[in-house]
Design a protein around this ligand. Structure first.
Ligand code: GLA
Length: 365
């Protein structure tokens, strides 16, 4: 009888463990196998991670990688004609050795692009000169990795955050010199450089209703005028507060109605509201990762992956923006030093309960 009672107590205790505790000692399933019937699972890799033991987790869980920084213009071509291939070559060699796909990021962006692109001596560059430089940058880069990089973010973040215009104008030197022409041009140059590559437009807040409409307007203009574009990247820098399921569904439906494939390209689920302009950590603001926050995050991850699974005919990939909570840009952005817990693995690289919230589901035919 005593034994029966203790067995009963053990059973009750076990049933109350969180999913992550339950699986703590077992090797977790590989994300890429769980999702093999749905879409490619990817991860952003930075140079530090590439040189760490964490690569074994990357190879185990993911089928595709994105360069977090080393394929951006400021790293690759810091001054005109001076190319710095070291980090990008290392990333490509790593992908080759481990049979990983690469999603290239990114060719044209208003940030992390050196000033020389936009200047001609003391004057702003002419449109012609800027297009010449753009074509040169795109062509050199895409030719070098034509056998390794299957898809590219061609233009990143060209749509305005404010509601009175479609395009990002004030803070984009691309826009200031060429108007919106640079967007189509970038896709045309990319398509000429490698007609086999899949070409994406990539942006943040792309599920929130107003920006979604503006992005849709841009994409429709491109598609209607025959610009070679194949997909749209929803960056997916989201939080426990947003997007709502309805907004995410609507974004996927609206963008795919243009015949474009959809990818979540930079997924993390922050504990804080999105506040791009915020820089200070407020007193007693820092969230500790309590069971309550954990549950909110589990729910949000569960919803995002469920909606994407249900749309697997148009969603071709989900890429996480980092591996584990110890190494995420959100620990320093937008407020420096504000601790965040946005990823699927904890500080010790153990799967969190949100990992199980996206891997334990009933597969549908
Ligand atoms: C944007 C860019 C990424 C990266 C993140 C922040 O989303 O597309 O390359 O810089 O911001 O890490």
């Amino acid at each position: 009888m005593k034994n029966q009672i203790s067995l009963f107590v053990v059973a009750i205790l076990l049933s109350h463990c969180t999913t992550s505790e339950k699986n703590n000692n077992a090797k977790p399933v590989a994300l890429k196998s769980v999702y093999s019937d749905y879409f490619t699972m990817g991860m952003a890799v930075n140079y530090r991670l590439l040189n760490s033991a964490d690569t074994s987790l990357v190879n185990y869980h993911f089928g595709s990688i994105t360069a977090e920084n080393c394929m951006k213009p400021e790293v690759l071509q810091p001054s005109e004609g001076v190319w710095n291939w070291e980090q990008a070559d290392a990333l490509v060699a790593y992908a080759r050795a481990n049979n990983l796909k690469i999603h290239g990021h990114c060719l044209v962006w208003h940030e992390q692009t050196p000033n020389w692109f936009f200047a001609d001596g003391d004057k702003p560059a002419s449109k012609e000169l800027l297009f010449e430089r753009m074509q040169n940058h795109i062509t050199t880069l895409m030719h070098r990795y034509k056998d390794d990089v299957q898809s590219w973010d061609v233009v990143n973040e060209a749509v305005a955050d404010v509601t009175d215009r479609i395009y990002r104008e004030k803070d984009s030197p691309w826009f200031q010199i060429t108007g919106s022409e640079f967007i189509a041009k970038a896709f045309e140059f990319a398509n000429t450089a490698n007609p086999n590559a899949l070409l994406f437009y990539n942006d943040y807040n792309s599920a929130s209703p107003e920006k979604r409409e503006r992005i849709y307007t841009l994409l429709k203009t491109l598609v209607d005028s025959g610009v070679p574009i194949h997909g749209v990247g929803l960056q997916g820098h989201w939080s426990v507060y947003e997007p709502s399921e309805e907004d995410l569904r609507k974004a996927i439906e609206q963008f795919s109605s243009l015949g474009l494939q959809v990818r979540i390209t930079e997924l993390d689920v922050s504990m804080y509201l999105w506040e791009k302009e915020r820089r200070d950590v407020l007193p007693d603001e820092t969230i500790s990762y309590t069971p309550e926050w954990q549950q909110k995050q589990d729910k949000q991850y569960e919803m995002i992956f469920r909606v994407c699974r249900e749309n697997k005919d148009v969603v071709s990939g989900i890429t996480l923006w980092g591996l584990a909570d110890n190494n995420s840009w959100l620990n320093n952005y937008p407020a420096k030093g504000r601790k965040n817990y946005p990823l699927l693995f904890d500080e010790n690289r153990q799967p969190k309960s949100c990992f199980y919230s996206i891997t334990e589901f009933e597969k549908t035919p």
